[in-house]
Every structure is written in structure tokens, then in C-alpha cells.
Design a protein around this ligand. Structure first.
Ligand SMILES: Nc1ncnc2c1ncn2[C@@H]1O[C@H](COP(=O)(O)OP(=O)(O)OP(=O)(O)O)[C@@H](O)[C@H]1O
Ligand SMILES: [Mg+2]
Length: 353
């Protein structure tokens, strides 16, 4: 087997606060292969951004980061500041939910892209400018030759997002971490921005780690998906496997609570009851059990993340993974009986399209 592009092993991130230690990421292990798209999903506060920032080494100093992060075999947590700066914006790049965190309002968009290129490449100003124009064109900015001299505030929200993507991909990173790149945008622009990311990926072979809580965005975009809850990985596997054959009640809940029809056509919108756990005092046992319709005595012991299908690598953190399809079906029948035919979300293993 070839070495994965990114290897995260037992990543733990703790913030010391006056209220106690916030354990934002706990024992997170995953890999990203060259060229693939991995979607990281989960409710607000599940640790998605903290994990992404840990990889980029952009967390504040109050964060204690433990475990191993290897990028192309290099241990990022052991790298000195200079070594890390060489990687950031070059082989390893990140785009943010709010473009204004990445774009400086006092410089033109073009100057910032030129700067991003010349920090890492020994090219002339004019060559970098030509490349910047090309990039703006690639991400779908109209009249890039004129637009390159605009300031960020002269761009619409969608255009700023595109400009940030252009900057992120300027040096053809091996891995692009996109943290909620579209949530601030309307649905049409979201689709366009995702299309841009895909175009870029096809053109450059970049691997993408797409952080989002929008499961709808993930369908048709990601090769694999990993679901986070309370700082832990709850389910991981190929996108279709997780969408149509989830073995985790939390994932099923997430799918049931999104408006877009994923996996099933008839779907009732149903938020997951309760709220995410406190990361200072996690519940005993399975962190999701207080909100889970299928929790039993056994769930007082914390389940391990375990592989349920070796061929696909499908893994889940649930004691009841094997019986889940039957449990879901039984619950659907009961609900249909009492409420007149509402479909239960993402019935595990039914292969519905
Ligand atoms: N600097 C910090 N100090 C203390 N706690 C923090 C800090 N940064 C993040 N956290 C906590 O870490 C947890 C995980 O946050 P994170 O931003 O990773 O969530 P997320 O999954 O990205 O959520 P969202 O979908 O809202 O972006 C949250 O409980 C958050 O309050
Ligand atoms: Mg976030």
C-alpha cells in the first residue's frame, strides 16, 4: 500500500478554559489519499474546524494538540515554524467559511494572489500576475483581467469565495482543506462554488477535505465521508455506503434533519432531539446515547469505532450496528402505524435510491 497523503492518528485537542478543559477533538484517526475528496460532517461544535485547524497548525496557543499528523510522511506537529510556513499555502492549503479571514481588505485581490504565488515560487511579478488572472478565470470570475485589480469589498460574497479558492489553489496544493466554503452563500452560488472546487480538483489532482454540516452538499461530491460527534469519529466509509447503509443512529439522525432528499425521496424533516454534549463533561458511555432512540443498557459503556465491512472500510461507533437496519425498519413500521405513513430516514442497508 502507498503512504496516504494525510495520516491523522489519535489526534486530541484540548482547550484550557476557566470552566475546565474543553476536549474538542478526542482520539481522531483518519487518512486522506491523493486526489480523493473526504467530507467531514457533524453538528455544530463536533470538532470539525478544530481538527482542520490542528492539521494546518493554526490553532491558538491555548490549544493542547496531541497525537500524530503526517502529511506526505512528514510529522506536522514536529515541524518548526519555518517548515510549516513552507507548507502552508503551498502543498497544504485551507479555505474558510468567511473569505474575509483570508483576504486582506487593504490589498487588491490580484496582489494577494500574486503574493501567495511568489511566497512559494521563484517567478517574476508579471508571470505571477498572468497566473493569477488564469486562476480567477478558472474559478469563474468574469473579466478577470479587469477584476484582478479590484479590492475584496468590490466583489460579491460568492466572488470573494471564488477569489479565496483561487488563492488557496494558486500553488496547486496536494491537499485543500475547505471549511464550510459555501454556508454563507445562497444555494445557487453554493452549487457554483462546489463546481469550482470540482473543476480545480480535476485540473490539478488536489485532494479535498470538505468540512461541512450540509450532508446535501456531500452527495455527489465526496468519495468518502466521516461523521463527527462530540469531538469523536462516529462513522466513516464510502459516501454511498454511509448514505444508503449507515450503521449509526447519529448519522441517520443527521440525514433525517436535512431538507435535501438524500438517499430517499419521501422524507420527513425531523431534527435530532436534544443537543450536542458538553465537551467539558461528556456523558458516560456513548456520547450520543442521551439523544438516541435505540440506546440500551449496553450504551453505558462507550463503544469503540469498529469496522463493520472490511472491504469498504465502513466503520461505526455503535454497539447496535448489526441490528440497526432491523431496528430502523421496526420503528418505521410503528411510526407509519401511528402517524399514517411517514417514511423513516435512511433505513440502513435497504439500498433505496
Ligand atoms: N479557542 C477555543 N477555546 C475554547 N474552546 C474552543 C476554542 N475553539 C473551539 N472551541 C470549542 O471546540 C468545540 C469544537 O468546535 P469546532 O469549531 O471545531 O466545531 P465545528 O464542528 O467546526 O462546528 P461548526 O459546524 O459550528 O463550525 C466547540 O465546543 C468549541 O466551543
Ligand atoms: Mg466549524
Amino acid at each position: 500500500m502507498t503512504t496516504p497523503l494525510l495520516e491523522v492518528d489519535d489526534l486530541r485537542v484540548t482547550f484550557r478554559t476557566d470552566d475546565g478543559d474543553v476536549r474538542a477533538v478526542q482520539g481522531l484517526s483518519f487518512t486522506v489519499a491523493e486526489g480523493e475528496t473526504l467530507a467531514v460532517v457533524g453538528e455544530s461544535g463536533s470538532g470539525k474546524t478544530v481538527a482542520a485547524l490542528a492539521i494546518m497548525r493554526l490553532l491558538p496557543r491555548t490549544a493542547r494538540v496531541e497525537g500524530t499528523i503526517r502529511f506526505r510522511g512528514t510529522s506536522l506537529l514536529d515541524l518548526d515554524e519555518d517548515g510549516m510556513r513552507d507548507l502552508q499555502g503551498d502543498d497544504l492549503a485551507m479555505i474558510f467559511q468567511d473569505p474575509m479571514t483570508a483576504l486582506n481588505p487593504v490589498f487588491t485581490v490580484g496582489d494577494q494572489i500574486v503574493e501567495a504565488i511568489r511566497t512559494h515560487r521563484d517567478v517574476t511579478e508579471s508571470a505571477a500576475r498572468a497566473r493569477a488572472t488564469e486562476l480567477l478565470d478558472l474559478v469563474g470570475i468574469p473579466e478577470p483581467k479587469q477584476r484582478i485589480d479590484n479590492y475584496p469589498h468590490e466583489f460579491s460574497g460568492g466572488m470573494r469565495q471564488r477569489a479565496m479558492i483561487a488563492m488557496g489553489i494558486a500553488n496547486e496544493p496536494k491537499l485543500l482543506i475547505a471549511d464550510e466554503p459555501t454556508t454563507a452563500l445562497d444555494v445557487t452560488v453554493q452549487a457554483q462554488v462546489m463546481e469550482v472546487v470540482r473543476t480545480v480538483q480535476e485540473a490539478t489532482g488536489t485532494a479535498v477535505m470538505l468540512v461541512t454540516h450540509d450532508l446535501g452538499l456531500v452527495a455527489g461530491t465526496a468519495d468518502r465521508i466521516q461523521v463527527m460527534y462530540g469531538g469523536r469519529l462516529f462513522e466513516a466509509g464510502p459516501t454511498d455506503t454511509v448514505f444508503y447503509g449507515s450503521r449509526n443512529p447519529y448519522t441517520l439522525g443527521l440525514m433525517a434533519s436535512i431538507p435535501s432528499a438524500v438517499g430517499r425521496t419521501a422524507r420527513r424533516l425531523e431534527p435530532i432531539p436534544g443537543s450536542p454534549p458538553s465537551l467539558i463533561a461528556l456523558p458516560e458511555g456513548c456520547a450520543f446515547s442521551p439523544r438516541c432512540a435505540f440506546a440500551t443498557e449496553a450504551c453505558r459503556d462507550e463503544p469503540e469505532l469498529r469496522v463493520v465491512d472490511a472491504a469498504s472500510g465502513h466503520a461505526t461507533r455503535c454497539h447496535r450496528a448489526e441490528e440497526l437496519p432491523d431496528l430502523v425498519a421496526a420503528r418505521a413500521t410503528a411510526t407509519a402505524g401511528s402517524e399514517g405513513g411517514a417514511a423513516e430516514p435512511g433505513a440502513a442497508g435497504d439500498g433505496a435510491a
